[in-house]
Design a protein around this ligand. Structure first.
Ligand code: ADP
Length: 244
């Protein structure tokens, strides 16, 4: 009877935690959606009240509207991706070297804009999973390494193949992540510096998406201090078995 009571209490506690997590997620999602909607509503009201508008007013109105719509679209796309991830097939052979090169090329314009230098050194290695999801996860990590870097800073993407796993590391020379926040940054909607991240267009869903993709691929992710200052994210993934 005592062990039954303990199991029951553990189960109720876990259920409570799951409901609480869901409640926090919905609350944060609603809050994030409400802000751009409120900005749009105010702008439309002001525009209507003003009555007559010159080309400069119209242009400013359209700019604000477009920015807020982009923000809402990105948020909805991230939310959909997070909730639909389990339905994505994860059985492709994915070669990491071209995938990471491709992600770096895609983010090259952002790196140029932020004056950040990227170097990629990844040997041939293959994992089993979803190419699209892995691309998305490494894109988020590299985008953050560029976004939160300093001007003239560097980003290094390296991979080391061990017996049955590959460790992909992405290091930057930015502000780094405080030790006590290294678990929280993977929680949905969490940002270390809210106003700075929001200015850069982030809703705080990027790293929780990365964590879910890594978990779906039976991998692990951790964050450490980079040797030259900044952050070092390490993603460990099981290597595909070779038949030889
Ligand atoms: P965001 O959309 O805000 O970038 P993420 O989930 O990708 O959201 O990241 C969560 C928070 O973790 C960011 O707001 C930022 O404060 C911090 N962060 C993520 N990557 C880095 C990094 N490479 N260097 C410093 N801080 C980072």
């Amino acid at each position: 009877m005592a062990s039954l009571t303990t199991s029951f209490n553990t189960m109720s506690h876990n259920l409570y935690e799951a409901f609480e997590q869901q409640r926090r997620f919905s609350q944060s999602a609603a809050h994030e959606l409400r802000t751009p909607l409120a900005v749009l509503k105010t702008k439309v009201e002001l525009f209507r009240k003003k009555g007559c508008f010159g080309p400069a007013d119209t242009l400013e109105f359209l700019d604000v509207t477009e920015r807020q719509i982009d923000r809402l679209s990105a948020l909805v796309a991230d939310l959909l991706e997070l909730t639909n991830m389990d339905a994505v097939p994860c059985n492709e052979s994915v070669s990491l070297s071209p995938l990471l090169q491709g992600v770096a090329e895609e983010l090259f314009p952002l790196a140029v804009q932020k004056e950040v230098h990227i170097s990629v050194d990844v040997p041939c290695c293959t994992v089993i999973g979803s190419r699209a999801l892995l691309e998305r996860a490494f894109f988020n990590l590299l985008e953050n390494a560029i976004k939160y870097n300093r001007p003239q800073g560097g980003v290094e993407i390296r991979a080391v193949c061990r017996k049955s796993q590959v460790d992909v590391s992405i290091s930057d020379q930015g502000s780094g992540i405080p030790h006590d926040l290294r678990e929280e940054i993977f929680e949905p909607f969490f940002r270390v510096d809210k106003s700075r991240s929001r200015q850069m267009g982030g809703a705080g869903l990027g790293l929780s998406l990365v964590r879910s993709v890594v978990a779906l691929h039976h991998g692990r992710i951790r964050v450490e201090d980079a040797p030259g200052g900044g952050s070092l994210f390490v993603v460990s993934l099981p290597l595909a078995h070779t038949s030889s």
